[in-house]
Design a binder for this molecule. Structure first.
Ligand code: GDP
Ligand code: MG
Length: 373
């Protein structure tokens, strides 16, 4: 809701509650410290004290209130190891895209090679029968937009730093995002093929930003690589698997699926297409699903190589066909019992959004009225 208790507002603004009440009275609003005022009034008060109030938009997928009991905590004994989901982050031009390409090329098995890779926003690398899932979304976007929606899909962050350039503003931003999300960072020191590359200088700059390399006595894994000349790629993949192993990433594959939309678009012929990263359970063709106000039965699923698949377990990205509308990236997708349940949930969410929009527009018209007076 957009209401706030006067006392809470005072606390948030670091003010004495009487200061806030005095200002309210000045505005003609009579409220005691335990009464609540609407968000707009709160914003005006905040402004008077030189602070800003941020309105958090109503999410279509607010799991705290309207997950309709779709999610539940799994028992420890039902949890099985799952592949790590990795996001590549770093300053522009330091080689994120090149590194993902290099990994894709080194990790495709013979049977997969030569095929046209379907762009689904994520890819699965196979290393000695172990999988690693890479998200294509630029790291900071994946972190900000998805985390704003409460979704955490990344297990490990690869921080790419060009050895001829060093730690830059977006590198620091990436470090902060990963730290805030409590995600372990592996540093890929890229472009070591360049004559001006200086690995020690990069390590020094990492230290200055709170990442102490392992070989300097800290606990940050750094791997020198060249995405262009494919040097060190295997070492990097090995380190990812090592960090994943230490993290003991687990999920219950034997339950109704829950996943996160990582990408979605409308295809003229096929209708709404969405890439889902399955996080719990196993998603299957024929499943009834709901994501935000979008629902439908899964007609077909494609893996990251463009191959039709019938099911996808934890950490696996798949493109799904069959949704009624294009869902939002970052929203959760739930598998539900039947069509009626899916429709009901989508309808209730739609009603809720409409209600919020009406509330907003009635506020606006009231303001207009006062302006005219
Ligand atoms: P992004 O912006 O982080 O995705 O960076 P790109 O992958 O697009 O790479 C930026 C530029 O750096 C391109 O011209 C790449 O060819 C080049 N590049 C990437 N990796 C390497 C590398 O290991 N060595 C050299 N010499 N150049 C690289
Ligand atoms: Mg790029």
């Amino acid at each position: 809701g957009e209401n706030i208790v006067v006392k809470d507002l005072a606390e948030k603004l670091n003010l004495n509650v009487s200061q806030v009440i005095t200002k309210l009275i000045g505005m003609g609003v009579m409220a005691t410290q335990n009464q609540s005022i609407d968000g707009e009034t709160a914003a005006i008060i905040a402004e008077k004290f030189g602070a800003a109030v941020e309105f958090i938009p109503v999410e279509t997928n607010d799991v705290s209130e309207d997950n309709f009991g779709l999610d539940f905590v799994d028992k420890d004994e039902d949890l099985k190891l799952r592949p790590p989901v990795v996001t590549v982050m770093g300053h522009v031009d330091h080689g994120k895209t090149s590194l993902l390409d290099a990994i894709r090329q080194t990790s495709v098995t013979k049977s997969e090679a030569g095929g046209i890779t379907q762009h689904i926003g994520a890819s699965v690398a196979n290393i000695n029968n172990k999988k690693i899932v890479f998200l294509d979304t630029p790291g900071h976007e994946a972190f900000t937009s998805m985390r704003a929606r409460g979704a955490q899909v990344t297990d490990i962050a690869i921080l790419v730093v060009a050895a001829d350039d060093g730690v830059m503003p977006q590198t620091i931003e990436a470090i902060n995002h990963a730290k805030a999300a409590n995600v372990p960072i592996i540093v890929a020191i890229n472009k070591i093929d360049k004559p001006t590359a200086n690995i020690d200088r990069i390590k020094q700059e990492l230290v200055e930003n709170g990442l102490i390399p392992e070989d300097w006595g800290g606990n940050t894994i750094t791997v020198p690589v060249s995405a262009k000349q494919k040097i060190g790629i295997d070492d990097l993949l090995e380190m990812i698997l090592l960090v994943a192993e230490i993290g003991e990433l687990k999920a219950n594959p034997n339950r109704r699926a829950v996943g996160t939309i990582v990408e979605a678009q409308l295809d003229k012929g096929k209708g709404p297409l969405a890439t889902v990263l399955v996080q719990k359970g196993t998603l299957k063709v024929g499943d009834m699903v709901v994501s935000g106000t979008s629902s439908g039965r899964i007609r077909a699923m494609l893996d990251d190589k463009g191959k039709r698949v019938k099911k996808a377990g934890p950490s696996i990205p798949v493109m799904i066909l069959g949704l009624s509308e294009v869902p939002n990236a970052g929203d959760l997708l739930y598998c539900v019992e039947d069509e009626k349940t899916a429709r009901n949930i989508a309808d209730k969410r739609r009603d809720k959004i409409r209600e919020e929009q009406m509330k907003l527009s009635s506020k606006v018209s009231l303001d207009d009225l006062f302006e005219k007076i």
